[in-house]
Design a protein around this ligand. Structure first.
Ligand code: COA
Length: 223
C-alpha cells in the first residue's frame, strides 16, 4: 500500500466493518446507514465531551469566585494550621495550640467546604499609653489556586474593619509581599517605628537572630 496516497480517514474507515474491503459485500444502503450512524455517534461524543469540559471549566471558575469571609471557628483550626504551614517560608509558624487560643482573632475565606484563605491580628500594647497599642496583621495566606482573584484584598479589608472597632490609629504588617500590601494602601516604614512589635513578637522569632537584618518589610496603613 502506498501510504502517501491514502487519506487519513481511510484508516478509521477500515475499522468500520462495512467500509473495510472485507465488508464490501454488504448492501450499499445498509453500509451507508451504518456509516452515517457511526459519524453521528462520533459527532455526539465530541459534543458531549466538549460540553462537559465547558461546564466543568465554568463551574470551577464560578466556585473559585464565590467565596464568603467569616469569623474562624474552632473546627477551622486544622485547616488554618495547614494553610500557614504550607506558606511557612513566608509566614511566622503557629502551633495548633496558638491558633486555637487566638481563634477569635482569625477570619477565613470559605469557598464551598474549603478554607481558601486566612488572616489574623494581634495587639501589641505600649507601656503607659493604651491607646497607642500597635495592631498587627498576621498570618495572611490565600491558597495558591485562588490567588489574584481579590480574596486577599477582601480578607484584609475585613480584618481592618474588625480592628477599627478598637479605634487604633493604624495597622502594621511585617511582610514578604510588599506589593500586595502597597496595592491595599500600606506604605513602608522603618522597623524602628514598631519597636513594641519587635519586642513582643520578633524577640521570639525562630528564623532570624536580629529583626533589623530580617528581610521582612514593615508597612503601615492608617485607619
Ligand atoms: C500575598 C497574598 C495574600 C495575596 O493574595 P491574593 O488573593 O492573590 O491578592 P488579591 O488578588 O486580593 O490582590 C490584591 C492586590 O494586590 C496585588 N497583588 C497580589 N499579589 C501580588 C503579588 N504577588 N505581587 C504584586 N502584586 C500583588 C494585586 O495585583 C491586587 O491589586 P489590584 O486589585 O489593584 O489588581 C497571596 O499571594 C499569598 O497567600 N501569598 C503567600 C503568603 C504571603 O506572602 N502572605 C503575606 C505575608 S503577611
Amino acid at each position: 500500500m502506498n501510504y502517501e496516497r491514502v487519506p487519513l480517514w481511510s484508516f478509521w474507515a477500515s475499522s468500520v466493518p462495512c467500509l473495510s474491503s472485507s465488508g464490501r459485500s454488504s448492501t450499499s444502503t445498509a453500509c451507508l446507514s451504518n456509516f452515517t450512524h457511526e459519524i453521528v455517534q462520533l459527532v455526539r461524543r465530541c459534543i458531549n465531551t466538549t460540553t462537559l469540559h465547558f461546564y466543568a471549566f465554568w463551574y470551577n471558575r464560578a466556585m473559585a469566585n464565590e467565596f464568603q469571609i467569616r469569623s474562624a471557628r474552632l473546627a477551622d483550626a486544622e485547616k488554618i494550621f495547614s494553610l500557614i504551614h504550607i506558606n511557612r517560608d513566608l509566614l511566622v509558624p503557629r502551633s495548633m495550640g496558638n491558633i486555637v487560643e487566638n481563634i477569635d482573632r482569625f477570619l477565613v475565606a470559605v469557598s464551598g467546604l474549603d478554607i481558601v484563605a486566612c488572616a489574623s491580628f494581634q495587639i501589641h500594647p505600649e507601656i503607659g499609653k493604651p491607646e497607642a497599642a500597635t495592631v498587627e496583621i498576621q498570618s495572611v495566606a490565600v491558597r495558591s489556586p485562588y490567588r489574584r482573584r481579590g480574596i486577599g484584598r477582601k480578607i484584609i479589608e475585613a480584618i481592618i474593619a474588625r480592628v477599627a472597632a478598637f479605634n487604633p490609629k493604624e495597622v502594621v504588617v511585617l511582610t514578604f509581599a510588599p506589593e500586595f500590601f502597597a496595592a491595599l494602601g500600606f506604605r513602608e516604614i522603618p522597623k524602628t517605628q514598631i519597636m513594641h512589635k519587635l519586642y513582643t513578637g520578633c524577640i521570639n522569632c525562630t528564623k532570624h537572630t536580629d529583626p533589623f537584618t530580617c528581610p521582612e518589610i514593615a508597612m503601615v496603613r492608617g485607619i
